[in-house]
Design a protein around this ligand. Structure first.
Ligand SMILES: Cc1cc2nc3c(=O)[nH]c(=O)nc-3n(C[C@H](O)[C@H](O)[C@H](O)COP(=O)(O)O)c2cc1C
Length: 206
């Protein structure tokens, strides 16, 4: 699967076949996660692989939105090693990049996944910290159940040309004008009307 197709067809998968995931596939997915960009290349990510059924079931019942974990053969807990980071404010952003890489790689390799949010919800983080005995300087970030998918949701069209501005906030991006559908243009016109927008308000003249 090419990269663009992978990006545009990935969906959250919450039901899985029970069979285990081959170790080489797990390795590839984690290699993709570790290839993510990070602030100053600090690579704060660490990973705990959870396959124990009792542990997975506990998470599925303790977390309000983690039912997918109950049925997956493997969940990856993405964590951050936060001690002595050169850019400590960025660890969560770095881990988000790694998590997205991980999920896209899983999809490209035929697996399904869903991002089960932990950080910054302290109560959800505490459940995972306790369960897998994380030391104080390791923060749990997100939990990613993985498995062979048992559902295949349609990829939605989320492209919104009206969300793209050029140079200044109140100027539409016109390079892709042919792509601006009538609907998008109408929505944009209505929005401008509703905020009383005038080009001259911003010192701009046609
Ligand atoms: C930060 C974050 C937290 C999320 N937490 C959960 C969660 O706790 N449980 C869940 O089932 N899905 C969770 N999701 C998945 C979103 O619901 C899903 O990505 C969104 O509805 C878009 O659907 P898609 O992934 O199929 O494109 C989370 C996604 C993100 C990025």
């Amino acid at each position: 699967m090419d990269g663009m197709k992978a990006l545009l067809t990935r969906r959250s998968i919450r039901v899985f076949r029970p069979e285990p995931i081959e170790p080489e596939i797990v390795r590839s997915i984690l290699e993709a996660a570790m290839h993510a960009p990070s602030a100053g290349n600090q690579q704060p990510w660490r990973f705990v692989l959870i396959q124990d059924r009792a542990a997975l079931e506990t998470i599925g019942t303790d977390h309000p939105y983690a039912s997918a974990v109950e049925y997956c053969p493997l969940a990856v807990l993405v964590c951050a090693a936060t001690r002595d980071l050169p850019h400590p404010d960025f660890w969560a952003v770095d881990c988000a990049a790694a998590t997205e890489n991980l999920m896209l790689a899983a999809h490209m390799l035929g697996l399904g996944s869903v991002w089960v949010g932990l950080y910054p919800k302290r109560d959800r983080m505490a459940v995972l910290s306790r369960l897998v005995h994380l030391p104080d300087d390791i923060e749990p970030f997100a939990l990613i159940p993985l498995g062979h998918p048992l559902e295949c949701p349609e990829p939605p069209d989320r492209y919104r040309p009206e969300w793209i501005r050029a140079e200044r906030w109140f100027d539409a991006w016109t390079f892709g004008r042919a792509d601006l559908t009538a609907k998008a243009e109408q929505a944009e016109a209505e929005r401008k009307k509703s905020v009383g927008f005038k080009r001259t308000d911003f010192g701009l003249h046609d």
